[in-house]
Design a protein around this ligand. Structure first.
Ligand code: NAD
Ligand code: MG
Length: 399
């Protein structure tokens, strides 16, 4: 018996997650149909994806990019309607025909379209962790209110999801869970002498030992802000208090995370570090499909190591825990300041070691407020960005 194909929208199709998603989709043409794709400005790459998958819609970041895409696609690609801007992203994320929305835009820019998918009650494959970090309560409320299904694609959260009972209900205690153990590779600077960190370049920071990813998340992995954002992400996804979320450094990135139960059992999910595994899990859930991933060869890997994270080396991790404890607008400010600081570092305007300083200064200079609505989230984001820009431009204070 053949079931109808699932119709898929990929937000951020030209990124690392987007490309891996389309790789899995191309292996299963009988299961998935691509309904819409988006990219900010990589028009040539998006045109190639449109030729391969014939989506009904393609959305880009500007009118100028839309004109370029139309020129590349028409007349033969006339089946694809090309649109531009945030409203168009919200529109494709909530198309009545869409079954699955892959949220793989990087950063706060993904919030509005991902929220639109939640409001439309879609099955959301969430890679865009920043959306959940900044809008946590508001986002989860829309998910629950509208019957959306939220499947985590971030490898750690996908591992936790797989290690929790299928009928996981509302909180850790009711499910006999004692702790969530989030694994982290420690990134490229785990062993670098602390005094050398000041001078590291964007290319060094983006050379992750185990994963090939977009540049922003690669820098986040080097500062370990990525793990900090993931602690906050885990808090919202699994309704877990921060005291029950522990970070463990595991340099091989083979165990993607673990759940410890009251009886002492620890359930882990293992696999090669290849994002196609969590992507395929999300796409086919609750079934399992081939993802094109090499089988895990434990004998070749030989050893799995674990160590405690060093909060002196990775102050961003401490800042994220603090922001989660403070609640309110603090996680949105943390995220906004991080995006500004990482952008400045990637542009060569800010030293690597200034990233946590800018975030800390921003968190202490923007007043704490409650968050109740999307507008509150967007104003916290704007205030965080504004303050972080000023701190990033200011000369470094002498110790
Ligand atoms: P990337 O930089 O490779 O791709 C980002 C995508 O978003 C691109 O398609 C780009 O065109 C689009 N985009 C960028 N700015 C935009 C804007 N302002 N408006 C609309 N679209 C925009 O990033 P990535 O590594 O694929 O990461 C995507 C998301 O997935 C991030 O939130 C990241 O934290 C998360 N994630 C990635 C990985 C990974 O292995 N790459 C793993 C876990 C989680
Ligand atoms: Mg991750």
């Amino acid at each position: 018996m053949s079931l109808p194909r699932q119709r898929l929208v990929v937000l951020g199709a030209t990124g690392s997650i987007g490309v891996n998603t389309l790789d899995v989709v191309a292996r299963h043409p009988e299961r998935f149909e691509v309904l819409a794709l988006s990219a900010q400005n990589k028009v040539d790459q998006l045109a190639g994806q449109c030729r391969q998958f014939s989506p009904r819609f393609a959305v880009v970041g500007s009118e100028d990019a839309a004109v370029r895409l139309r020129n590349l696609l028409y007349p033969s690609g006339a089946g694809t309607t090309v649109l531009a801007g945030v409203e168009a992203l919200e529109r494709i994320a909530s198309l009545p025909e869409a079954d699955i929305v892959m949220a793989a835009i990087v950063g706060a820019a993904g919030l509005r379209p991902t929220l639109a998918a939640a409001r439309a009650g879609k099955k959301i494959l969430l890679a865009n962790k920043e959306a959940l970090v900044m809008a946590g309560g508001v986002f989860m409320r829309e998910v629950h209110r509208n019957g959306a299904i939220l499947l985590p694609i971030d490898s750690e959260h996908n591992a936790i999801y797989q290690s929790l009972p299928r009928e996981y209900s509302s909180n850790l205690e009711d499910n006999g869970v004692r702790r969530i153990l989030l694994t982290a590779s420690g990134g490229p600077f785990r062993r670098m002498p602390l005094e050398d960190l000041e001078q590291v370049t964007p290319d060094q920071a983006c050379a992750h030992p185990n994963w090939v990813m977009g540049r922003k998340i690669s820098v986040d992995s080097a500062t370990m802000m990525n793990k900090g954002l993931e602690v906050i992400e885990a808090h919202w996804l699994f309704n877990a208090p921060s005291a029950r979320i522990e970070v463990v450094i595991h340099p091989q990135s083979v165990i993607h995370s673990m759940v410890e139960y009251a009886d002492g059992s620890v359930i882990a999910q293992l696999g090669n570090p290849d994002m196609r595994t969590p992507i395929a899990y999300g796409l086919a859930y609750p079934e399992r499909i081939d993802a094109g991933v090499e089988p895990l060869n434990l004998c070749r890997i030989g050893t799995l190591d674990f160590e405690r994270p060093d909060f002196m080396r990775f102050p961003c991790l401490r800042l994220a825990y603090e922001a989660l404890k403070r609640g309110g607008n603090a996680p949105a400010i943390l995220n906004a300041a991080n995006e500004i600081a990482v952008e400045a570092f990637l542009d060569g305007r800010l030293a690597f070691t200034r990233i946590p300083e800018v975030i800390e200064q921003t968190l202490s200079s923007v007043p704490w407020e409650e968050i109740a609505t999307l507008e509150d989230v967007l104003s916290a984001d704007a205030a965080g960005r504004e303050a972080a820009r000023q701190h990033a431009a200011a000369p470094r204070k002498q110790a």
